[in-house]
Design a protein around this ligand. Structure first.
Ligand code: SAH
Ligand code: SF4
Ligand code: F3S
Length: 447
């Protein structure tokens, strides 16, 4: 038997990269690789990169600079760059860093086994095409290994929205949805391997419109309702959504599909109509607030999260105040917020930029407000009973950690038999980024 080669993948960026890294590891499994947790001793290192904000590419080059020394110890080591920096920079990476053997963009991962064979033979390889075929169809069949309780499943890729600040439409290409039957097969396979919660992924996941097995066009709500029928699948989530794609039946599903968890990531970016227009978001602050009302009417306890950008070109103090007003009006459970970062090739990069200190000041003020809202949301959970899916042992003896219906991390005194099971947990306290709870009495872990 030949000894397996070792594969180390470092993943940056969004959940879609996490999912892609898993699929790449599986695809290279077919070429004799097993994954390892350290770059030292690896035969193949892949950096699965993100290009969303400035310095992302620079971070990749400095990481490559550190890793190239490993080739001295192991001449058989091959180094690859995948993901959105690979797509954006392409051949430039091969030029700038001679230690790189392989550059592969996100739509070409199904070609990895061939590319691996080429770099193994000493070639340097570049593939940043947007091929016609579905990369997920062609990626090697999953090995039937057991999985942790929660899994990602990409159903939609790419983006046609072209927000003025964003690189995603360029790095991931046009919106494409996978056929519903493929997604459902993959979901059934995951459940058979121990998965109890699936998070459907897409850059604009609620723009999902896949071919249904009946030949009809299926929206995300229909896909979710069908998926909810899979025996053993306890929970469904989806991310990330765009406000303009929140269709009526998806909102309704939040009210009547118990498997669909009460958490929604719905980025708005700004609360100023002027800025929203300059960002090409195609909706107003009012549109967003009305939408939140309708979602909360369907599912009153839903936890809303979001993303914000401060310091977008042309953002005035007044515009920024409008963002704070919107945040106060919504009451978020959890948010990500960023200083606007200039991305070459995007329309906003050409505009007059705000000074760095203005951006920093606004970010600090916004984050103080968001953090107070997060604390208040967590405190409001105390005393409530929620479902928790246990994912791993906690740091304390006898403790398990899981995620609540509302996606809070929860620490509970519970035995290992609860791993992968959902329990009813009463929330007893809150810490900075997690909750504490206790099992509601009289429950046994289901077989
Ligand atoms: N498709 C998702 C988000 C994709 S990127 C959506 O439309 O909501 C994730 C987040 O990164 C965005 O929501 C935005 O807040 C942030 N982001 C994207 N480009 C950025 C830039 N140039 N500068 C700062 N933040 C950015
Ligand atoms: Fe980027 Fe806008 Fe597309 Fe989201 S919707 S991925 S922010 S262009
Ligand atoms: Fe980053 Fe690409 Fe995801 S730019 S956020 S890894 S789609």
């Amino acid at each position: 038997m030949t000894t397996p080669k070792k594969l180390f993948i470092k993943t940056y960026g969004c959940q879609m990269n996490v999912y892609d890294s898993e699929r790449m590891a599986e695809a290279l499994g077919g070429s004799g690789y097993v994954t390892t947790d350290t770059p030292e001793g690896a035969d193949m290192i892949l950096l699965n990169t993100c290009h969303i904000r400035e310095k992302a590419a620079e971070k990749v080059y400095s990481e490559l600079g550190r890793l190239k020394g490993l080739k001295l110890d192991n001449p058989a080591l091959r180094i690859g760059v995948t993901g959105c920096v690979a797509q954006a920079e392409g051949a430039e990476i091969l030029r700038r860093q001679p230690a790189v053997d392989l550059v592969v963009g996100p739509q070409s991962y199904h070609r990895l086994p061939d590319l691996e064979a080429r770099v193994r033979a000493g070639e340097r390889a570049l593939d940043t095409d947007f091929p016609e075929e579905d990369k997920f169809d062609k990626l090697a069949a999953r090995p039937k290994a057991r999985r942790g309780p929660a899994a990602f499943l990409t159903v939609q890729e790419g983006c046609d929205k072209f927000c003025a600040f964003c690189v995603v439409p360029y790095t991931r290409g046009a919106e494409v949805s996978r056929p519903a039957a493929r997604v459902l097969d993959e979901a059934r396979d995951l459940v058979a391997r121990g998965v109890a919660e699936i998070t459907l992924l897409g850059q604009n996941v609620n723009a999902y419109h896949g071919a249904g097995p009946d030949g009809a066009d299926w929206g995300l709500a229909r896909l979710i309702r069908q998926m909810a029928r899979i025996e053993g699948l306890k929970r469904i989530r989806y991310t990330t959504s765009h406000p303009n794609d929140m269709e009526d039946d998806l909102i309704a599903a939040h009210g009547d599909c118990p498997e669909l968890m009460p958490y929604l990531h719905l980025p708005v970016q700004s609360g100023s109509d002027r800025v929203l227009k300059a960002m090409n978001r195609q909706h107003t602050a009012q549109d967003y607030l009305r939408l939140i009302d309708r979602i909360r009417a369907a599912r009153p306890d839903i936890l809303i999260s979001g993303d914000f950008i401060v310091g977008f070109p042309g953002e005035s103090d007044e515009d920024f105040e409008a963002t704070l007003d919107l945040v106060r009006a919504v009451g978020y459970g959890q948010c990500y917020s960023f200083k606007y970062s200039t991305r070459p090739g995007t329309p906003a990069a050409e505009r007059d930029q705000l000074p760095e200190d203005v951006k920093s000041d606004r970010l600090a003020r916004l984050q103080a407000l968001l953090s107070a809202q997060q604390t208040a949301t967590q405190e409001a959970m105390v005393g409530r009973t929620v479902g928790v899916l246990f994912e791993k042992p906690g740091r304390m003896p006898g403790q398990m950690v899981g995620k609540s219906d509302h996606l809070h991390a929860v620490h509970v005194q519970a035995g290992p038999e609860w791993l992968g099971r959902v329990a009813q947990v009463q929330i007893t306290g809150t810490e900075r980024n997690s909750l504490a709870g206790q099992l509601v009495a009289g429950q046994d872990a289901p077989a």
